[in-house]
Design a protein around this ligand. Structure first.
Ligand code: FES
Length: 117
């Protein structure tokens, strides 16, 4: 069983055989393939929302998938700020949606902003 994965890619070929492992994401049991990223496991299980944006509460998910943008931050076994796209999934992991970090700057209403050009 490969869930939502592409089993036979026209360029990359056949999906390599890998043992199934079980993880928990936000209390939901999921199955992944040993050696793939957390992001790949979540995507294969239909999960697109990994956290919310700090100011707008807009849902965020995988963007660059190469470790640069930090959009895919989740918590893993109690450690926050883990990049789902760069972290291999492991049997028994408890993964949760990324925590909402504090904003680095206080929101200043327009009426309090200094004038500028
Ligand atoms: S998706 Fe950009 S760092 Fe993970």
């Amino acid at each position: 069983m490969t869930f939502g994965r592409i089993e036979l890619h026209p360029v990359l070929g056949k999906l390599p055989d890998a043992p199934l492992i079980e993880v928990v994401f936000d209390g939901q049991r999921l199955f992944g393939l040993e050696g793939e990223s957390i992001a790949a496991t979540l995507l294969a299980n239909g999960i697109r929302k990994l956290r919310v944006q700090e100011e707008s509460d807009n849902p965020r998910g995988i963007y660059c998938n190469i470790g640069h943008c930090m959009e895919c931050r989740v918590s893993v076994d109690g450690f926050s700020g883990i990049r789902a796209c760069m972290t291999p999934v492991k049997e028994g992991m408890t993964i949760s949606s990324g925590i909402k970090l504090p904003l680095p700057f206080r929101h200043t209403p327009p009426s309090e902003r200094s004038g500028g050009a």
